[in-house]
Design a protein around this ligand. Structure first.
Ligand code: GLN
Length: 205
């Protein structure tokens, strides 16, 4: 049966992730399909999930209201691969503060024991692009697009740091859970989405 990869479509960068996943699957010549998902029923049929960039408070609160948060937690805790991008990475965290506002009272999925700072590099106008290397997963010289991006200041020992920028942690991995501060769907380089498609495929075998 073909692998089903979902993009959580509550708010944020959904269409761009659809394009990147569709192109990755075609390049890899894999038997996989891409689905825009929102409801608990839709999410429960997926083999992997991308939580896109956007506004983590909005995505977190609405996922609580529509019941999808519970299903996401169950699926990820039982091994479903998840890629959290920017706001999506915020949601993976156990703890999030905002660089200016401080402690945030926002619903988080709490998959990763990390200290995370929202908007760690500044506001929208301080958005930037930088070369990022994630050598341990075979991705180097990657074009990182940072938009009101979060960063991680500390992690528990079981979390692999994939990349740093200016001493801040900007990509992490724990088993099938991956988080990036930057936006892989906003570059032509499909390396991160391809890596995720392969991870989902392997997790099904
Ligand atoms: N600053 C946003 C948040 O913390 C994330 C921005 C993004 O996803 N580009 O929710």
């Amino acid at each position: 049966m073909s692998t089903k990869i979902g993009i959580l479509a509550i708010q944020g960068d959904v269409a761009e992730n659809v394009s990147s996943l569709v192109a990755s699957i075609a390049d890899l010549n894999q038997d996989a399909t891409v689905h825009v998902v929102k409801t608990p029923e839709e999410i429960s049929a997926m083999d992997g999930l991308v939580i896109p960039g956007g506004e983590s408070t909005t995505i977190g609160q609405l996922s609580l209201v529509n019941g999808s948060q519970k299903v996401i937690k169950q699926k990820v805790e039982s091994g479903m691969p998840v890629l959290g991008i920017c706001a999506g990475m915020v949601l993976l965290a156990s703890n999030a503060t905002d660089r200016v506002v401080g402690k945030m009272d926002q619903p988080l999925f709490d998959f990763l024991d990390i200290e995370l700072e929202r908007n760690s590099f500044g506001r929208q106008r301080e958005s930037f692009e930088a070369k990022i290397s994630m050598d341990s997963i075979g991705i180097s010289n990657y074009h990182g697009v940072f938009i009101r991006a979060p960063a991680i200041s500390s992690t528990s020992d079981d979390i692999e740091v994939l990349a740093r920028f200016n001493e801040k942690i900007v990509a992490i991995k724990k088993g099938n859970i991956i988080g990036t501060s930057f936006h892989p769907e906003l570059t032509d380089d499909l390396a991160v989405h391809k890596y995720f498609v392969n991870l989902v495929k392997e997790s099904k075998n």
